[in-house]
Design a protein around this ligand. Sequence first.
Ligand code: G16
Length: 543
Amino acid sequence: MNFKTVQTKPIDGQKPGTSGLRKKTSVFRQPGYLENFVQSIFDGTGGAAGKTYVLGGDGRFFNTDAIGIIIRMAAANGAARLIVGQGGILSTPAASNLIRKYGTDGGIILSASHNPGGENGDFGVKFNAANGGPAPEKLTDAIHKETTRIAQYKIAEDDIGDIGKIGSFTVGSTQVDVVDPVDDYEALMQDLFDFDAIRALFAGGFRMCFDAMHAVTGPYAKRILEGSLGASEGSVINAVPSPDFGGGHPDPNPVWAKEVVETMEGPDAPDFGAASDGDGDRNMIMGRSAFVSPSDSLALLTAYAHLAPAYSGKLSGVARSMPTSRAVDLVAERLGIPCFETPTGWKFFGNLLDAGMATLCGEESAGTGSDHIREKDGLWAVLLWLNILARDGRDIVQLRADHWRSFGRNYYSRHDYEEIPTEDANALMSGLRAKLPQLPGTTVAGLQVSAADDFAYLDPVDQSLTEAQGVRITFTDGSRVVLRLSGTGTQGATLRVYLERFVDSGGDHAQDVQAALAPVIEAAEQLAQIAKHTGRSTADVIT
Ligand code: G16
């Protein structure tokens, strides 16, 4: 095997965002772009020599080529071993599991998550650390620093073995083990959940529809739901991963996961609906004609997790990202366990999970997970729901209604304004930040402001401070508006406006969500002057 050292120059903009480096696929395919970033990952994390990495991706366009490049670079940099998903496929949760199970030094995951794929879509590269979780800020900062001073990268010149076949080959002195992407993940799920109870549920006629959205979870869901658990054939739809996700947008929310939504709202709807995203870490949950918001899902899973063997009597605490609704806080309070509020980004849960301070975590952005791995996990959420429904016996819609009657309902919605010119988005945020100190005590759209700040997080484990994580404005009636700019977009800026209104246990829980939130929506507009800054009178995506 011949190795070569290629002279290169820093490329602007290789700063990882909320979750790795995400760019247009065409940007990643520019000569040296991927290579520069991968070499910077190695250099920023102490070099690849003698290390073992997990490697895989969500199968989007350029996945296979990128895997080949990374294998050749890891070998040239002296890695000892690579564990690669067959065909270059690994869901993000499956990759996290492999890193932990085989004690590797980390992993490289190729995905732009829920962003569309294809030649004109998005691509992404993420480094996960030895705990299986997304690299924390100090590592992503170190990687970014390398991208600004890189002068050369190393790569093997010759062809390598076939990653389409399970087995092993070597590249120089690096051993490459190609593994089944599903096996270890399924074994983990069997350890966590009561598979017998779920099997009995399906055997009793329970029906579900899982939309894999032509993305990576198809093979996982087929094997586990239809194979091991006995869901009827056809329960998993859009199950074959395709490089452009069938031309779709693999984001599991009511806007993009239309097929399962129509099924769940149609005549003869199944009992349970779900979907997962491009790389399998997000989830959407539905009952008949009922979308369960991710924030509510987190609260309900926390309330009923004891019905699953892995979590019975074992919840040390919960954590949610700051913009996620406070429904789970109420459950944690009643259970007498702590509830942590972190910035957006799964990486912020890592320390809490490692320290055993939180067992379940979740985010409004359709992410839920636990300490079984260090990523959010779409299929895990579906299986925990199935386990709960199998053991509880109630229908999901009834379960949720009973929950609201007991805890009250946190009406919740997110309004996204996409592809705004970056300067306009920054002007909106800085204008808002400037007026925060004057807001408490004032009344906006009939709501009195009780507190207003720019969220800063002091990590209770390593004491690191992360500032400017989003503006939050709370009102005396318990309502809340949060505004922040997305860190995962690839074009312009995306403004996210998170809206929440609490109606207590005796109140009306059957209102239309947007109608219930109308005063909060109006307050957000008056406070941030969204229409003036964006030139738009409504959001592009409302979930
Ligand atoms: C990533 C992060 C999540 C975050 C989401 C949205 O998810 O891991 O923690 O909530 O992005 O982030 P933003 O609001 O900055 O766009 P994923 O599924 O895209 O990897």
